[in-house]
Design a protein around this ligand. Structure first.
Ligand SMILES: [Zn+2]
Length: 348
């Protein structure tokens, strides 16, 4: 058994969440109104219903999800929009004791819709700075290269981030995985590493060639982390390599209507038992029923049968795998250890 109060008070970090995926149907509706953008829904209820879908295969789930995800982007127009969405996400983080977050953003899709880069980056920066000031939640950005775009486009997008190295802490990759193996973007990743960035890449759940893609992430992209990475369980040699090279994985025990969630939760437990450095993440809390990290944690703890100590270990992984200055990391780990120590005393 676990205690809700223990989970709530636990100092948390999250390494895998997309700013565009934090937008709730309500926010999307309100932003569209504010910017006089016509959405393909006549009522708010219709928009909500579009988030509830079932799909046949993992590839189809990802395709359906991304369709909806990119449709969200049209509501962003001004610096204020990006600032507000970031600020609101950090406010919700504070409610759940999420002290630190590394947050993905996908520049290519916003630029393609006509948003200038300084508008996008200026808004995200303002949201981060004001969120830290008002809620005490620190955040860094991760650029998400869209793997479906050309290698040249990916490379240029990474290069355009050089002036923003104070807020962009790492480079990653997401998007539609079939037909877009990690190695397609090897030059962008080599450039990112040469610039001193940490790097990560999505290896989504049960995609075609999932294991092969994970090996490419290690051997070709030379990643520090892998996002999701649940299919590591399919290859014992891969598990060994991930553990030996001290790679952190960011699986997302998330669910939405129609998703085969018990299967995903069971594999989170298996990853933990295989000794993998995993962290728990919400991915797209505005678009999934599982919601924010602190909202999904009770169910995950119960269904994966994690003890308080194991949850503490998972949260320590998140701080250890974070791209933070060492002194800041040590401060968070001390807060976490104090929370665990108080819990041990209370339950002894
Ligand atoms: Zn993701």
């Amino acid at each position: 058994m676990f205690s809700e109060a223990f989970l709530h008070g636990l100092p948390k970090a999250e390494l895998h969440v997309h700013i565009e995926g934090t937008v709730t149907p309500r926010q999307r509706w309100d932003l569209a109104k504010r910017n006089s953008i016509e959405l393909p829904f006549s009522t708010f209820e219709e928009l909500v219903a579009a988030h509830e879908y079932a799909a046949e295969s993992p590839g189809e789930v990802l395709r359906r999800f991304l369709e909806l995800y990119y449709a969200n982007h049209v509501v962003f127009k001004t610096e204020q929009d990006y600032r507000d969405v970031m600020y609101e996400h950090l406010r919700r983080c504070a409610e759940g004791n999420i002290r630190y977050a590394e947050i993905y953003f996908g520049a290519q899709a916003h630029l393609a819709l006509g948003v200038p880069l300084p508008v996008l980056m200026g808004g995200l920066r303002a949201g981060i700075e004001e969120g830290e000031r008002d809620f005490g939640v620190a955040a860094g950005l991760i650029l998400s290269i869209n793997r479906g775009h050309s290698a040249e486009s990916g490379f240029e997008t990474v290069r355009s981030m050089v002036p923003y190295q104070d807020i962009v802490v790492g480079i990653g990759m997401g998007g539609l995985e079939p037909g877009n193996p990690p190695e397609k973007h090897k030059d962008a990743f080599a450039f990112a590493r040469a610039e001193g960035w940490h790097v990560t890449c999505h290896c989504d759940v049960d995609q075609e060639d999932a294991v092969k893609h994970m090996w490419q992430c290690l051997d070709v992209l030379k990643v520090d982390r892998i996002d999701h990475g649940i299919n590591a369980l399919d290859d014992a040699a891969l598990i060994d390599a991930l553990n030996t090279r001290d790679i952190y994985l960011t699986p997302c025990p998330t669910w939405w209507p129609g998703s085969n969630d018990p299967y995903r939760l069971a594999r989170i437990r298996q990853m933990y038992d295989a000794g993998l450095n995993i962290t728990l993440n919400s991915d797209d809390p505005g678009m999934m029923t599982s919601g924010m990290l602190h909202e999904l944690l009770p169910r995950v703890t119960r269904e994966c049968a994690f003890t308080h100590e194991e949850i503490g270990h998972l949260m320590a992984n998140a701080f250890k795998g974070a791209w933070l200055p060492d002194a800041q990391r040590a401060g968070y780990l001390r807060q976490l250890e104090a929370h665990l120590a108080a819990d041990r005393t209370a339950s002894s």
